[in-house]
Design a protein around this ligand. Structure first.
Ligand SMILES: Cc1cc2nc3c(=O)[nH]c(=O)nc-3n(C[C@H](O)[C@H](O)[C@H](O)COP(=O)(O)O)c2cc1C
Length: 264
C-alpha cells in the first residue's frame, strides 16, 4: 500500500509534483490539491520525486517519508570547474599500498552508489565487498587458475608465478556488483552505473580503483570462483572494482581522444 498526504495549509498548488511524476500518477482532487491516482498501487516506481520536488514541503509519501529524506545542500554542490577537475583526475590505479580502507569508508561509498540511476528505479544491484586482502588475493589466484586452464594470457600467468599480480594488482579490496536479471530490464547498465558511482565516491576519499575486467570475464566460468562468490539464486556478476590506497598519485591528466560529436 502506498499513501500520499498533502498539507493543504502548505500546498501552493504549483503542481510540480504532477509534472514530475514519471508515470502521471499524481492528479488534482476536486479542490485542486494533488492526489495519488489508484494506478499508483501498481505503477509507482517509488522514485520519491513528488515529495522531493515540493517547494513547500506540503507533500508526503509513504514510500519515501519527508521526515526521513535529507535536504539537498546546494552550497556543497561543487562548481563545474571543480567537478571537471574531479572527474578528469580520476585514474585507474594499478599500484596499491597494503593499508586497508576503513570499514566505515567502504560502507559510505557503497551507500553513495545506491543513488546511481537504475532502469525503472529497480535498484537491482547487490554487492560483495571483499574486505580481507587475503581473500582478494585468492580471487586473483582463481582468475589466474582459470586463465591457465584456458591457456590464455600467458604473460599474466607468468607474472603471477613470479609474484606479480597483474589481475587485481595487489589491491586490498574488491567490490563485485551482482544482480538477478529478473529484477531489472537493464541489469548491465544498472550495475555499471552503480560501479561508476562507487568509483567516483572512492576517488573523493583518495581511494584508488581499477575496474577488474579479467575477473568480470570469468566470473561465471570457473566453479571455484562461483563457489567463493556464493551468489543468491539467479544472480549474475556484472561488474567488479579493485579498491585501495594508491602507492603514488597522478600529477597530470593524460590526453584522450578528441570529442566526436555530430550536432544537428
Ligand atoms: C570494463 C572495464 C574493464 C577494465 N578492466 C581492467 C583490468 O582488468 N585491468 C586493468 O588494469 N585495467 C582495467 N580497466 C581500466 C582501463 O584500462 C582504463 O580505464 C583505461 O586505460 C583508461 O585509464 P583511466 O581509467 O586511468 O582513465 C578496465 C576498465 C573498464 C571500463
Amino acid at each position: 500500500m502506498i499513501t500520499m498526504t498533502v498539507d493543504q495549509e502548505r500546498c501552493i498548488q504549483c503542481y510540480s509534483c504532477i509534472a514530475e511524476c514519471p508515470f502521471d500518477l499524481v492528479n488534482q482532487d476536486k479542490e485542486g490539491y494533488p492526489q495519488l491516482r489508484k494506478a499508483a498501487v501498481k505503477k509507482c516506481i517509488q522514485c520519491g520525486h513528488c515529495m522531493a520536488i515540493c517547494p513547500t514541503e506540503a507533500l508526503d509519501i509513504s514510500i519515501s517519508p519527508l521526515a526521513d529524506s535529507r535536504k539537498v545542500t546546494r552550497k556543497l554542490i561543487p562548481e563545474p570547474e571543480a567537478i571537471e577537475n574531479f572527474l578528469l583526475s580520476r585514474r585507474s590505479t594499478r599500484t596499491y599500498k597494503k593499508k586497508v580502507v576503513e570499514h566505515g569508508i567502504l560502507e559510505d561509498i557503497l551507500n553513495t552508489s545506491r543513488y546511481a540511476p537504475s532502469a525503472h528505479n529497480c535498484q537491482p544491484v547487490h554487492w560483495l565487498m571483499v574486505e580481507n586482502p587475503e581473500e582478494t588475493r585468492r580471487f586473483a589466484e582463481m582468475v589466474v587458475e582459470r586463465m591457465a586452464e584456458l591457456k590464455v594470457f600467458p604473460g599474466l600467468i607468468r607474472a603471477w608465478n613470479n609474484g606479480d599480480d597483474k589481475v587485481l594488482r595487489g589491491a586490498p579490496h574488491l567490490a563485485i556488483a551482482h544482480a538477478n536479471p529478473a529484477d531489472s530490464e537493464h541489469p548491465v547498465e544498472d550495475c555499471t552505473l552503480a560501479t561508476a558511482y562507487l568509483d567516483l565516491a572512492a576517488h573523493s576519499y583518495g581511494i584508488g580503483t581499477c575496474w577488474a575486467g579479467f575477473l568480470m570475464q570469468i566470473a561465471h566460468d570457473h566453479p571455484p570462483l562461483t563457489a567463493a562468490l556464493n551468489l543468491p539464486e539467479g544472480h549474475k556478476v556484472y561488474t567488479a572494482l579493485m579498491l585501495g590506497y594508491p602507492k603514488t598519485s597522478f600529477l597530470r591528466i593524460p590526453q584522450r581522444r578528441e570529442l566526436r560529436v555530430r550536432w544537428k
